[in-house]
Ligand binder design. Structure first.
Ligand code: GLA
Length: 385
């Protein structure tokens, strides 16, 4: 991989790359559509991710290339940058804009990106590219940001440069991930714990629906808005800052304050899901993967029926998993509207699972899913591979 990327860099820029970095993608084990409601999430970094090779140039330009995309960017050093259409390089460009906004001096760089995260699959390829860029610039120009600053800066890119009102989970997971650990992150305080995630006889399977994600961004922003509406209704009687400040029992007492049934359903999902994360953490610590798996199915069900971010593709995967032997649990992961599901599958049954789900899904949906297995890997860093 590394050898090949270095060769590609030389071919494109006619010079050797001086530094290389890697940032992973992520899956979220449980705690979905929780981060922008100030609750608990449990993501982990995966071993797929984004590689970035760089070298300074003397032209005073950023020259951005990608092995995955044809579009390329050559842009002079400027005092600020603005979003350009819908191109991939808006993510690095947004990061540069933030460094400039904070008054940092940048210099010309040649940059080559390569990602092995399936694009648009809900595995956070965008957070991965933001964080790898922010990490690299911070190292190269000694900008003095902490890792948490890089996470917040990358979230700013997503929210203010790209226009998606996402929470902080993805950027946090790809920056702070650790091998064989899940992150129990409180999205309100940003306190977190890296908890052991030994899967024993199971492995983490990732099933990509391969569904083109249309309208995902506007639907996502709509959910954020609905949660704000629910919060405002509850705040008429409750002194809370986030939906996740109350548990399901308290919600039962106050749900009448929310008049719109759809908005009420959204809040119910968020509040019950936050409770589920607490239970899931206990089951994981006790190595009760079967109980953990039940909570994954419950999470999926709620995302499908109450939060309405699943769809026939993701539901088909969950349905197959539920009836398959050797699967502890499964659920959609990430924003939804297509993208990926995850499943805990017995290692020695993975091939059979792959075959079975491919047949079942293809029969129902009309095209095949992609099935991978991934280890839980480390977060962003220098790449020496
Ligand atoms: C996307 C967003 C995250 C989070 C998830 C849903 O991945 O980027 O901030 O809201 O959806 O849990």
């Amino acid at each position: 991989m590394s050898h090949n990327l270095h060769q590609q860099f030389k071919k494109l820029f006619n010079s050797e790359a001086t530094n290389a970095y890697f940032s992973p993608g992520r899956v979220n084990l449980i705690g979905e559509h929780i981060d922008y409601n100030g609750g608990l999430v449990m993501p982990c970094a995966i071993t797929f991710g984004t590689y970035l090779l760089v070298a300074p140039n003397t032209e005073g330009k950023f020259r951005l290339r990608s092995i995955n995309f044809e579009e390329q960017l050559d842009i002079d050093l400027q005092t600020t940058y603005t979003k350009q259409d819908k191109f991939w390089f808006n993510y690095p460009l947004g990061v540069m804009a933030h460094f400039l906004k904070d008054g940092h001096q940048l210099q010309g760089l040649d940059m080559l990106y390569y990602g092995d995260i399936p694009i648009g699959s809900g595995l956070s390829s965008s957070a991965s590219i933001e964080v790898v860029t922010a990490f690299a610039l911070n190292e190269l120009f000694k900008s003095g940001y902490s890792k948490l600053d890089l996470v917040k800066l990358s979230k700013w890119v997503e929210n203010s440069f790209i226009g998606l009102n996402s929470g902080i989970m993805d950027q946090f997971a790809v920056a702070f991930g650790e091998a064989e650990k899940a992150l129990m992150l409180n999205c309100d305080t940003l306190d977190y714990q890296a908890v052991d995630c030994h899967l024993g006889e199971y492995l983490l399977a990732i099933i990509n629906t391969n569904k083109p994600r249309k309208l995902a961004e506007s639907k996502y922003n709509e959910r954020v808005q609905e949660c704000q509406t629910a919060l405002a209704a509850l705040q008429t009687e409750l002194d809370i800052q986030n939906l996740c400040d109350i548990d399901a029992a308290k919600f039962k007492q106050y749900e009448h304050l929310i008049t719109d049934q759809t908005v009420k359903n959204r809040a119910q999902h968020v509040i019950e899901e936050n409770d589920r994360v607490k239970l899931a953490a206990k089951e994981l610590a006790a190595h009760n993967l079967l109980e953990f798996g039940k909570l994954m199915y419950a999470s999926h069900d709620s995302l499908s029926k109450l939060y309405e971010v699943s769809g026939v593709e993701l539901d088909t995967i969950a349905e197959y998993a539920k009836n398959a032997p050797d699967v502890a649990g499964a659920r959609m992961t990430g924003a939804g509207f297509g993208g990926c599901a995850i499943a805990l599958v017995k290692k020695n049954a993975f091939d059979e699972f792959t075959k079975g789900i491919t047949e079942f899904y293809t029969g129902k949906i009309g095209y095949a899913p992609s099935v991978y297995s991934s280890l839980i890997g480390p977060g962003v860093g220098v790449y020496n591979g």
